[in-house]
Design a protein around this ligand. Structure first.
Ligand code: HSE
Length: 332
């Protein structure tokens, strides 16, 4: 039995859901991988909990002040870090320092928040390559909707020619509600905020930035591109009016906010914008807060995946799928 010590940095809804799911799956890790997985540390921005023997659910209710930061994770002796802090792609957010420290030290790292990966992806990739740490990011790259895993496992060996994705739950919810229920933009947005899936600043969703972040991660970490946010043309849905929705309806078209990747003159290009689909197109039928990805490859043609997991469990599940890949690599 090999022991794996896991730490979680970032302890909001997703971090907590990830901790609980990990604790609930310990018997599975033992039975399937011969791995004794211990949750040795968790922390939010100011407080945390630590135990070399492994924390239990009861230890997670009350965190102690002062136990936080990259040095706290370092001292916990964790072999694997799961980073689930707030995401800020403009600065890298608090996750950046955790990831720099962890990957420099050779600690296998699972990333849920997009910000640092978008802001400093090249640096973080090179830190991982230099130290030999495994860097996984399913939770950041559309979470319950498999994206990079499809390319790296299910479509392994194929050249990806084109990707099209409905990657943001909020904008899909808004466009769907406006189209099928005839409600206005502001009312639909309030519903998405009540549903808890819109970003704290919903302009990151409605102006296309969240889609752009996920698309950039798929391009850079899934396809080996080196795109920065400035390389993407980004259009949102903030100026979609009920009149425009009515015009599309009259034409029998269904609008979606999609991210697209394609190859041009040997390079990967990326753009986010509104596309309209005929009703029999699978993308026209991605409803509510569901997401979807269509991948076209040279040898295996077209693959379509649709994701509809309930948050925060779905994102926790995506991060712990990454954990199992690490257990396979290390214990298998
Ligand atoms: N606000 C995002 C969405 C969830 O609506 O898809 C986190 O990526």
């Amino acid at each position: 039995m090999t022991t794996f010590k896991v730490a979680i940095a970032g302890f909001g809804g997703v971090g907590r859901a990830t901790a609980s799911l990990l604790l609930a799956r310990r018997a599975r890790y033992r039975d399937v991988y011969g791995a004794d997985v211990r949750l040795v540390a968790v922390c939010g921005s100011r407080s945390g909990a630590v135990s070399a023997e492994g924390l239990e659910e009861a230890n997670l209710a009350a965190l102690a002040d002062g136990l936080s930061g990259p040095a706290f994770i370092e001292e916990s002796g964790a072999d694997i870090l799961i980073e689930a802090g707030p995401s800020d792609f403009r600065t890298g957010g608090p996750g950046l320092a955790y990831l720099q420290t962890s990957l420099s030290a050779g600690r296998d790292t699972i990333v849920i928040s997009k910000g640092a990966l978008v802001h400093s992806g090249r640096e973080l990739r090179s830190l991982a390559e230099g130290s030999g740490a495994i860097l996984k990011l399913s939770g950041a790259a559309a979470a319950a909707l498999p994206t990079i895993d499809l390319m790296q496992h299910s479509l392994k060996g194929c050249e990806v020619l084109e990707v099209e994705g409905i990657l943001n739950a909020t904008t899909n919810y808004l466009l769907d509600a406006m189209t099928t229920r005839g409600i206005g933009f502001d009312e639909a947005l309030r519903e998405a905020q009540r549903g808890g899936f819109a970003e704290a600043d919903p302009r990151n969703d409605t102006e296309g930035w969240d889609t752009a972040c996920k698309l950039l991660l798929i391009a850079n970490f899934g396809l080996g591109a080196d795109l920065a946010m400035d390389d993407l043309a980004v259009e949102g849905i903030q100026s979609v009016t009920t009149e425009r929705i009515e015009t599309w309806r009259g034409q029998g078209l269904v609008p979606k906010l999609v991210g697209r990747l394609w190859r041009e003159s040997g390079a990967i290009r990326a753009a986010v914008g509104i596309r309209t689909y005929l009703p029999d197109n699978p993308f026209a039928n991605i409803r509510g807060k569901d997401k979807a990805i269509r991948i076209v490859t040279d040898a295996m043609g077209e693959t379509l995946a649709i994701g509809s997991g309930k948050e925060p469990l779905a994102t926790a599940g995506a991060a712990l799928k990454d954990l199992e890949h690490i257990l396979v690599a290390k214990a298998g």
